[in-house]
Design a protein around this ligand. Structure first.
Ligand SMILES: Nc1ncnc2c1ncn2[C@@H]1O[C@H](COP(=O)(O)OP(=O)(O)O)[C@@H](O)[C@H]1O
Ligand SMILES: [Mg+2]
Length: 190
């Protein structure tokens, strides 16, 4: 198996048509607690991937699940940040609208956690995701995404507009967008 990514939290291995996301032990945590946390996060991520898919958001198909490992479909695509366009970012906005409609918070909405394969886009990495109906959590998702655009894209403002065109499919969009602006101010003056 080939390693495709390795960070402090997890290692991602490619195994033919599948990838294995294995959560790694944290040496500084007591073993029992560490295993409990890893087991819980693995299960929670798999659950969110399945729920997102049910909400109509393309995500990798889950093939198998064990204590610290998710086996899922390998998406042979490119991260959004490498193939960025207004059209794709508008589609991303539509997908986030579908998540938020179902109170699914992605938790790490960056342009590397969105994969583009053909004309389809997939959301991955629900490791920090959770279910929540609060405007604040949804606004943080938008904020993280906008921050990513601002730090990597020259046309960040246009791209944000396109994203919002898609996101407006979510009936609660207005409150979320307003809250995101407040978060922006809070961050600036903090
Ligand atoms: N199902 C998948 N198909 C293809 N590539 C994947 C898949 N899952 C993860 N990857 C690749 O591995 C990287 C890290 O995986 P991710 O789930 O985002 O974990 P992390 O929490 O380490 O960011 C992704 O940015 C992507 O490049
Ligand atoms: Mg990631």
């Amino acid at each position: 198996m080939e390693v495709i990514s390795h960070c402090a939290e997890a290692i991602i291995l490619r195994d033919g048509d599948n990838v294995v996301k294995r959560r790694l032990p944290k040496r500084y945590r007591i073993r029992e607690l560490d295993e409990m946390i890893r087991r819980q996060r693995t299960k929670s991520e798999a659950k969110l991937i399945v729920e997102a898919r049910k909400a109509g958001v393309p995500t990798p198909v889950i093939k198998d699940l064990s204590d610290f490992e998710i086996v899922m479909e390998y998406i042979d695509g490119r991260p959004l940040k490498e193939v960025m366009s207004e059209e794709l970012v508008r589609k991303a906005g539509e997908l986030v609208a579908k998540l938020h409609e179902r109170n699914i918070i992605h938790g790490d909405l960056t342009t590397t956690n969105i994969l583009v394969r053909g004309d389809r886009i997939y959301l991955i990495d629900f490791g920090l995701g959770y279910f929540d109906e609060d405007v604040e959590s949804k606004a943080v998702d938008l904020h993280v995404f906008f921050q990513t655009l601002e730090s990597t894209e020259i046309k960040a403002e246009e791209l944000k507009k396109s994203f919002l065109e898609g996101y407006k499919r979510y009936k609660g969009w207005k409150a979320v967008v307003e809250r995101e602006k407040e978060i922006r101010k809070r961050v600036r003056y903090a």
